[in-house]
Design a binder for this molecule. Structure first.
Ligand SMILES: [Zn+2]
Length: 243
């Protein structure tokens, strides 16, 4: 089976997403770029995470053609393709319907720097304008709002999209931003959150960047660079050409 490692990881992280309560049922989806190409492994639609096997994971090219696998890709594959096209530094994407992030997505309010861990995403987590799930319009809105400076974006009245240089980092971004969203919700429920200044966020992002000089293993991941870790981290060696 081609790209067995990536397909295994897609299934593994979908299950982790359920365990971490970042989604319910078969909501959300995950993709992993085939290093050095515009191809990516995409979670399939219409199959529960418990029953899913690596062979069910679909391999797609940048135009959205299925190049390996028998299943249909997640209906939200366009969003993944658009982000890979816009960001060569992105190696994996985790899309969740996690409750606290989705709460702010439904309010269509960005998450501000209420806790320093927002640095995983950037200075804030912006909201992409609403568009129907699975649409090209949503794909473009998500990629544009993510821009080059963010590693996470809220999708209006929908959920969260998180990116990283690998799937471990994209998953960590999704988890940490869900935590920050919960903290933001709680602080607003009982008081007025005190936000970090632009200057302090600059310092934090710089510190994250320094950690990022060495790419941590998944087990070592603690506050790490949202941008620079990702930039230039393409790992050579596991490329395998399709067709
Ligand atoms: Zn979704």
């Amino acid at each position: 089976m081609k790209h067995e490692n990536e397909r295994n990881e897609v299934v593994d992280y979908l299950r982790r997403m359920l365990v971490a309560r970042l989604t319910t049922g078969s909501g959300g989806n995950i993709s992993i770029r085939i290093s050095g190409t515009d191809h990516f492994c995409m979670s399939p639609t219409g199959i529960g995470y418990d029953a899913m096997r690596p062979k069910d994971v679909v391999v797609m090219d940048g135009e959205g053609r299925v190049v390996a696998g028998k299943r249909a890709p997640s209906s939200e594959w366009r969003m993944h393709a658009a982000v890979y096209a816009a960001r060569s530094d992105v190696g994996a994407i985790v899309h969740t319907h996690s409750a606290f992030a989705a709460t702010f997505a439904c309010l269509r309010e960005e998450i501000p720097p209420v806790h320093y861990l927002i640095g995983f995403a950037g200075r804030n987590v912006p909201v992409a304008p609403y568009a129907t799930y699975g649409s090209e319009e949503l794909a473009l809105a998500a990629a544009e709002t993510l821009g080059r400076d963010h590693n996470a974006v809220l999708l209006a009245t929908h959920g969260l999209l998180a990116v990283g240089h690998d799937v471990g980092m994209a998953f960590t971004v999704a988890e940490e931003i869900e935590f920050v969203a919960q903290i933001y919700w709680q602080t607003r429920a009982i008081g007025t959150p005190v936000l970090l200044s632009d200057e302090e966020m600059q310092r934090i992002i710089e510190k994250f960047r320094t950690y990022g000089q060495q790419i941590p293993t998944r087990e070592e991941i603690s506050p790490a660079a949202p941008t620079s870790m990702i930039a230039g981290s393409d790992s050579p060696g596991d490329e395998e050409s399709e067709r």
